[in-house]
Design a binder for this molecule. Structure first.
Ligand code: DP6
Length: 391
C-alpha cells in the first residue's frame, strides 16, 4: 500500500495581528504581521498523509471524524502542492494522479481562538510537501489554507510579509530570529472559554475590511511602524518594548472589531479583568514585565521572561481561583513562588469567583514543523485512521 508521511506543526500567536484581506481567494493580507511560534512539545497539530493507487477519493479525518475534502481551502492547498511538484519534476506523474488520505489531530481545543487552523494547515501542507518532495517555499502554500498558518511553517519569531503582487508570490513568511535567539521568552495561555467562537476570523475580517475607517489608519500608519520597532525589540531582546507594542497592537485589533459595522467583540469581561490585572502588575513593578495579547476569542496569551513565570502564575491562581487546582495547569513545569502580600494588596483587581479561567497552558518559543520518524502514524497500512470516531 501507499507511502505515509507524518509531521507535527506548531501554533503561533501573533504580536502584530493580521486582520483584513486584499484578496479572499488567495488569502492575501492588507498588512504585515509578526508572531512567535510555540513549542510543539506542549501544543501541536499532528498530520499523516498517504497516497496510493488503491484510494478511490481524497479523504480527510479531523480529530477522528471523517470530513469532506470539498472544502475549497483544503483543495487549494493540495492542488498547489501537486502543481509545484509537477513543475519541479520531483515525483513521477503516476504518483501525482493517486488520491490522498489525510488524518489530522490537535492536542488542544479547535476553533477557540487558540490558533488551531494555523497549526493544522501548516502541518497538512508540510506533510504534503514532503510526500510530493516539493523543495520551494511552503509558507505561501500554507497561506492558502489559513492566512496565519504561513507563520507556523517556521520556528522562533516570524514575519509574514503582506507583499504587493496580485499573484501572491511575495506574500510569504520569513524568520526574524530562531527559537534559540531569546531562550527566556515564555507564554502562559489563559483559557477563558474553549467553545467555538461566534464570529469566525474569516467573516469578521471581511466586515472590518469593508466598513472600518480605523483599519485604514492602522494599516497605513500603525502596523508599518510597529513591525519595524518590534523586529528591533526582538533582535535586541528588549522585553519592555516588545511587550508594549504587543499589548497596543492587540488592543487596536479589538478596537477595529468594534469599529466594524455591525460591530463584534471577542473579549469578555474576564478578558478585560486580565488586561487590568497585567497593567496593574506592570505598574507595581515600575517596569513592563508581562504582555497580554488576544486573538479572535476571549483567551489571553501572556508573554513574559522565564524569571517572571512563578510569580505571575501565583497571582493568576490567587485572583482566578480554580475548583480543580490539580488540573489547572498543563505544559512545562512551574516552580512555586511566594508573592508578597504587599504586591497582592496593591493589585487593582480583587479575587474573582471560581473557574473564570478554565485552565492555563505554560509553554515557550519553539521550532517549526518536524517529521515524526518513530513510526507513530495516524493512518494504518491500509490508509485508514487508527483512531476513528464514528458517529
Ligand atoms: C486574530 O488566519 O484564522 O489570529 O486567513 O481567514 O483563515 P483566515 O484567518 P486566520 O486569522 C487569524 C487572525 C488572528 C491574528 C493573527 O493570527 O495574526
Amino acid at each position: 500500500m501507499g507511502y505515509t508521511v507524518t509531521v507535527v506543526a506548531p501554533v503561533n500567536i501573533a504580536v502584530i495581528k493580521y486582520w483584513g484581506k486584499r484578496d479572499e481567494e488567495l488569502i492575501l493580507p492588507l498588512n504585515d504581521s509578526v508572531s512567535a511560534t510555540l513549542d510543539t512539545s506542549v501544543m501541536c497539530a499532528k498530520t499523516s498523509v498517504s497516497a496510493a493507487p488503491e484510494f478511490t477519493e481524497d479523504v480527510i479525518w479531523l480529530n477522528g471524524k471523517k470530513e469532506s475534502f470539498s472544502n475549497k481551502r483544503l483543495q487549494n492547498c493540495l492542488r498547489e502542492v501537486k502543481e509545484r511538484a509537477a513543475a519541479e519534476g520531483s515525483v513521477d506523474k503516476n504518483f501525482l494522479s493517486w488520491k490522498v488520505h489525510v488524518c489530522s489531530e490537535n492536542n488542544f481545543p479547535t476553533a477557540a481562538g487558540l490558533a488551531s487552523s494555523a497549526a493544522g494547515y501548516a502541518c497538512l501542507v508540510t506533510a504534503l510537501a514532503k510526500l510530493y518532495k516539493v523543495k520551494t517555499d511552503v509558507s505561501s502554500i500554507a497561506r492558502l489554507g489559513s492566512g496565519s498558518a504561513c507563520r507556523s511553517v517556521y520556528g522562533g519569531f516570524v514575519r509574514w510579509h503582506a507583499g504587493s503582487d496580485p499573484s501572491g508570490v511575495d506574500s510569504i513568511a520569513t524568520q526574524i530570529a530562531s527559537s534559540t535567539h531569546w531562550p527566556e521568552m515564555r507564554a502562559l495561555i489563559l483559557v477563558v472559554g474553549d467553545s467555538k467562537k461566534k464570529m469566525s476570523s474569516t467573516k469578521g475580517m471581511k466586515i472590518t475590511t469593508e466598513t472600518s475607517e480605523l483599519l485604514k489608519h492602522r494599516i497605513k500608519h500603525c502596523v508599518p511602524e510597529r513591525t519595524t520597532e518590534i523586529t528591533k525589540a526582538i533582535l535586541a531582546r528588549d522585553f519592555p518594548k516588545f511587550a508594549e507594542i504587543t499589548m497596543k497592537d492587540s488592543n487596536q485589533f479589538h478596537a477595529v472589531c468594534l469599529d466594524s459595522y455591525p460591530p463584534f467583540v471577542y473579549l469578555t469581561e474576564v478578558s478585560h479583568t486580565i488586561i487590568e490585572l497585567i497593567h496593574s502588575y506592570n505598574e507595581i513593578c515600575r517596569e513592563t514585565k508581562v504582555a497580554y495579547t488576544f486573538d479572535a476569542g476571549p483567551n489571553a496569551c501572556l508573554y513574559m521572561l522565564e524569571s517572571e513565570v512563578p510569580k505571575i502564575f501565583k497571582i493568576i491562581k490567587t485572583i482566578f481561583p480554580s475548583s480543580n487546582p490539580t488540573k489547572f495547569i498543563s505544559g512545562l513545569p512551574i516552580n512555586d513562588a511566594d508573592v508578597s502580600t504587599d504586591i497582592l494588596g496593591k493589585l487593582a483587581v480583587r479575587t474573582q469567583e471560581h473557574d473564570l479561567i478554565k485552565y492555563v497552558i505554560y509553554t515557550k518559543v519553539g521550532e517549526g514543523p518536524t517529521d515524526v520518524l518513530d513510526g507513530s502514524h495516524l493512518l494504518n497500512e491500509l490508509g485508514e485512521p487508527i483512531n476513528e470516531i464514528v458517529e
